[in-house]
Design a protein around this ligand. Sequence first.
Ligand SMILES: [Zn+2]
Length: 375
Amino acid sequence: MTELNKSTVSSLVEDLLARGLIHEIGVNSAGTGRPATLLEINPQAGGIIGVELGVDFVAVALMDFVGTVIWRHKEKADPFDEQMKTIKQTLDLADEAIAKCTDLNLRLLGLGLAAPGTVDLQEGVLIFSPNLRWHNVPLRKIFSEHTRLKVFIENDANAAGVAEHLFGVMRQAKDFIFIYAGVGIGGGLFLNGKLYRGHNGFAGEIGHISTVEEHTDEPCLCGNPGCWETHANQHAVIRRVEAGLKNGRVSLIPNLLAEQKESSLTVGIVKQAADAGDEVAIDSFAQVGRAMGQGIAGIVNIFNPEQIVIGGTLSTASGYFLPAVKEVVSQRALNNVLKKTEVIPSVFGDDASLFGAVAIVVEDIMWNPSSIERR
Ligand SMILES: [Zn+2]
């Protein structure tokens, strides 16, 4: 398949074995000739720290080389907090993950960080995160100075797209779009077998497509009115529910809020209500699903992807909004082929970008195995 000759393959395999990135798992003596040595990617090649800087949470995980979770922790974070406070909170969790890896006597291969905004990959700087309201944060410098690890940074939706391709259901797909639907909407454009980054690396900011001239709900945190994500993100679900309650619709939600002693509505509570048959909750998801479908139909028309994969907080309620998304795509996409583009939830759900943070490190090692020491 590679058109490399046998001795070249052998020497490459020997090198990967020496670096502990693959290992032998037995022999296959079926067929004629010498028995073949069976190899696989070595899950124990090392540990990788994945860090997801969410908007209203931070999450850190230690995973092995094939993306199996060894340790993980997620905490709420307040987007209105001081920047350094949130970063410190994240660094503390990273320290815990590193300690766990050391305890297990596993070598550390690197740290990946997924951030909700535009990222300068060369400089390792988060250029702009509308939802965090952060500008020019040198995240790679901060994390590498603190952890002494090799640090990789990527936009959260891009990272999640890489995770779907490496560890998820998109392993065979060459053209798919990952949509991160949470506080904002981000896109990872996986085209022609690889992530499409655009001219300066900022491609995929699909949430900020202007869909209406004047803002009808709330201005987007990027500063513009009428961005698509303001109609199709998790806040849109909450706003729909609040409007329903204000109009006097009967709902379980006020009781659920009181029972759980929560002061503000979350997607989790709305989903709980929907699970119990609450119509305000179900309608809100469906309405946001239709808004999401309108944007997705446009994306399908532009890229003709094999599949659209939806992850992020909203994807935890995909049972409620995905039917509406599919219906709108089948109405609005341009022709019979595009109308059939499948829209599916991510296997990683809410954790897609956390797996993505690990996946970007694995991917880099796969392209540059010599960056890992021989053992
Ligand atoms: Zn915007």
